[in-house]
Design a protein around this ligand. Structure first.
Ligand code: ADP
Ligand code: ZN
Length: 611
């Protein structure tokens, strides 16, 4: 049989999908015919099928290398539900279980075998693989080989040996990290010299980007959760463990089911919280970036950052966890002056050498640029990854409610000269709060004590509110027109570039923060309301969800392992009255039809009888 038709047959029979998406077909064909591949696809793009289908078509077992031990059980469960023979080998298993898996592999009874890299590289495991038949190696989360990324795993460096030991077995490396530099590094370190590169568009059209100025961040967060995402599952990222705990406590006190996750919690607590997040509906996970890689929960409806991420790569990866199922999702970020000051300080105080600091510094600048831009966020984001979007997206805050800009030259001059005078005339440096007090003419004890009410700049800045001045300071920092002093605790200093502004040689156009509450109806969804489902279908959808929850509980697996929301939606719209009609629904393969077909038809019939 021609490769195309074998792959299409597997896609339809096993996965219940009618066609490949994007590059999937080309990738699958390439790997089936024995070629190596390097695949860059955004989260939710459909990477798994790129190695699962070839593993099922080619003779032997597909060996999947993944660092995500905690998720292997769910991955194997999901495949088992599809009728695929899958297993894993990792340190969570006792030796009897491992022995059984090894036997199945040796006797050719496994389609897919998930292995942690450190396990794979043991002599025992390598010898085992020698004795069986390998269809392909899939190296998932391949960016873990990159030493500059925050997910670096030293064991990944050892994986280049796969090629030497099994030169004829095709390898496919996959990642959602988009930069060219990472791609080159992966190719080099994994010896993927002849691999074909498949770079998908990194746009996630269903994710709405929304970046706001931090004011009262807890209230802002609560508004987001209550008004736009009531009852939805989501992730809230914080920079520190403390903030994770505090935020989770705060949300719980407000009646939201929020769980904490950070590296300081015991393994068991982390595993339990992760498992609840995956299995229960509508859990909000409050986490450091230790959480999330490989989490393939499809119905995460929002990702919120209440601290500014350190880089655009990080931001993109983290927000990418929203809306894997292709349905509308929100990426929300609140950032403020304090974030900028704190992160600049962290870079200055970090252990690394100058080159390291420079790299961190420019990563932060790019992130700030994204926050401060007055044009389409998505265009800016994609541009960062070397891709172009020809039109403004219409689905980010800047597109939906365009921000205003204003000429901030004079205001900036006032601020810069206040900083200049204090330093030149008195040898003093201050942080944002005190500088703003001086400009706004506030006679605080500190102002009086230091005689700052006698400065010529005292009280010359009434035209801006305190918030307005903070916004200005942030933008000056973002543009390098102001620096956080190395020695002082968050105090501000002029830079070489400040001079041009002070001398009036440079005009500054700044972003004006207005109260940009979105009144767009699609964002104000009610509890668990599915976008675009007619009312009648909505009720069936709810009935099917209930049905799914019961089954998932019985089987001890996350609900999406039984059926994803996208599939339930299709069923709710189609209201099939026979198994053959149900078989046409995307996501209903042969095995699932056999396992659940009757039960679904009954659920629908019962619903129709009752209404
Ligand atoms: P990634 O690993 O790239 O984040 P997944 O492999 O988890 O993405 O796929 C994302 C979602 O898209 C899953 O729900 C998957 O079932 C679905 N999907 C992938 N490929 C197809 C396809 N060809 N047709 C329909 N749904 C697909
Ligand atoms: Zn846009």
């Amino acid at each position: 049989m021609h490769t195309d038709s074998r792959a299409a047959e597997v896609l339809a029979r096993v996965f219940g999908y009618e066609s490949f998406r994007g590059d999937q077909q080309a990738i699958v064909d390439h790997v089936i015919s024995g070629g190596d591949a390097l695949v860059l696809m955004p989260t939710g793009g459909g990477k798994s099928l790129c190695y699962q289908v070839p593993a099922l078509v080619r003779a032997g077992t597909g060996v999947v290398v993944s660092p995500l031990i905690a998720l292997m059980q769910d991955q194997v469960d999901a495949l088992t539900e599809l009728g695929v023979r899958a297993a894993f080998l990792n340190s969570t298993q006792d030796w009897q279980d491992a022995r059984e898996v090894e036997q199945s592999f040796l006797t050719g009874q496994l389609d897919l075998l998930y292995v942690a890299p450190e396990r794979l590289l043991t002599e025992r495991c390598l010898a085992l693989l020698d004795r069986g038949r390998i269809a392909l190696f899939a190296i998932d989360e391949a960016h873990c080989v990159s030493q500059w990324g925050h997910d670096f795993r030293p064991e990944y460096l050892g994986l280049s040996m796969l090629h030497e030991r099994w030169p004829d077995v095709p390898r496919i490396a996959l990642t959602a990290t988009a930069t060219d530099a990472t791609r080159r590094e992966i190719a080099e370190r994994l010896s993927l010299n002849d691999a074909r590169h498949f770079v998908a568009s990194f746009d996630r059209p269903n994710v709405r980007y929304h970046i706001v100025e931090k004011q009262d961040v807890r209230r802002q967060l609560l508004d987001l959760l209550r008004q736009e995402h009531p009852g939805d599952a989501g992730v809230i990222y914080c920079l520190s463990r403390n903030k994770v705990e505090e935020t989770a406590d705060f949300l719980c006190a407000k009646g939201i089911t929020a769980l904490p996750y950070h590296a300081g919690l015991g393994t068991e607590v982390r595993a339990r919280n992760q498992s609840r997040f995956l299995r229960e509906d509508g859990i909000v996970m409050v986490a450091t970036i230790a959480f999330g890689m490989g989490i393939d929960k499809p119905d995460v409806r929002f990702v919120a950052h209440i601290d500014m991420p350190k880089s655009v790569e990080g931001y993109y990866q983290e927000t990418g966890r929203a809306g894997r199922d292709g349905l509308p999702a929100t990426a929300w970020l609140a950032y403020g002056l304090q974030d900028v000051v704190q992160q600049r300080r962290m870079i200055d105080e970090s252990q690394g050498d100058d080159a390291f600091r420079r790299r961190m510094g420019s990563a932060l600048d790019a992130m700030l640029g994204l926050c401060e831009t007055v044009s389409c966020r998505r265009q800016r984001l994609l541009q960062y990854f070397g891709q172009t979007l020809t039109h403004a997206c219409g689905n980010c805050d800047n597109c939906l409610t365009p921000p205003q800009s204003w000429d901030g030259t004079v205001a900036a001059q006032k601020m810069l000269s206040a900083i200049y005078r204090l330093w030149k005339e008195r040898g003093q440096r201050y942080g944002a709060g005190h500088l703003i007090d001086i400009l706004r003419g506030k006679k605080t004890p500190r102002v009086i004590e230091n005689g700052h009410d006698t400065l010529s700049v005292f009280g010359i800045g009434l035209e801006l509110s305190e918030q307005g001045w903070r916004s200005l300071l942030r933008q000056l920092l973002a543009q390098g027109l102001l620096a956080v002093d190395h020695e002082g605790y968050g105090t501000l200093a002029l830079t070489n570039e400040s001079r041009a502004v002070l001398k009036g040689e440079r005009t500054l156009i700044l972003r004006r923060e207005t109260d940009r509450k979105e009144k767009n109806s699609t964002t104000n969804r009610g509890k668990n309301l599915q976008p675009d489902l007619p009312v009648g279908a909505q009720a069936i959808f709810e009935a099917l969800r209930q049905w799914r929850a019961d089954i998932a509980r019985d089987h001890g697996v996350p609900a999406y392992v039984i059926f994803q929301n996208a599939t339930l939606r299709e069923i709710a719209l189609a209201r099939p009255d026979s198994l053959s009609a149900l078989a046409h629904v995307n996501g209903v393969g042969v095995k699932k039809l056999e396992s659940y077909g009757k039960s679904i038809l009954e659920c629908i019939a019962e619903f129709e009888a009752a209404t």
